[in-house]
Every structure is written in structure tokens, then in C-alpha cells.
Design a protein around this ligand. Sequence first.
Ligand SMILES: [Fe+2]
Ligand SMILES: [Fe+2]
Length: 126
Amino acid sequence: MDADHRHFGLLVRDLDRAVAAGANDTILEDQIRLIAHDALLHFDKEDALHTRYGYPPETSTRKLHNEIGAILRSLLRKDRDSLAIDGAAGRKWSLPPAQLKVLLVSHLIYEDAAFRDFLTRERTLG
Ligand SMILES: [Fe+2]
Ligand SMILES: [Fe+2]
């Protein structure tokens, strides 16, 4: 899982750099799709671990996977034209790159850390 997290760190960094460099929408959309796709696979793997170690389904981590997963799935279902909508102030993203980053980073810092704490407690008690 840590390797996955490092991988996300690099993908998010690349996206940041692409935004900062003013990359065109096609490039940004491709990067966002790549991150969304990988994040869904990652959640599936983590969900399997949660089940295996008896992590309760009502924890915020598991709820967050479902919530973020639903957002990412709907994003991947969209075609290129509806992924970004032209607004008065320029391009408006259905899921802006900055928001995608916040979702993934907060997932790492808070939610996965909570699962790690759970595992540590279980091992200590068990
Ligand atoms: Fe994770
Ligand atoms: Fe997670």
C-alpha cells in the first residue's frame, strides 16, 4: 500500500506541475483520468484488506472510499466534452484538479492513518 501511496504522490505532483505549466485540457484530462483509475484500483485493494482484518464497515475510512469512489466513477464515465464545462471565467472542471488532490491527500493522511492505527491496536491487543 505504501508503494501505491508513493505512486499517487508522484501522479499528484505531475498534475500540479502540469497545471502550473498551463498544460492544455487534453493533457490535464488524461492525467486526471489516470489518477481516478488508479485510485479506484487502490480503494479496491484497501477494501479487501479492511474486510480481511475486520475493519468495521461503518468507519469513516470505508465510507470515504465509497464516497470518493462514486465521484471518481462518475468522472470516468463522462466523455471528454462533459468532463470539463466552459464557464464564464474559463474552463470549469467537474472535479477540479485541486479538489482531486485534496480528496486523495486527505484520504492518505487521515483515513489510511486511521486504518494503520486500528491494525496496530489489534496486534497489540491480540
Ligand atoms: Fe490508501
Ligand atoms: Fe484508503
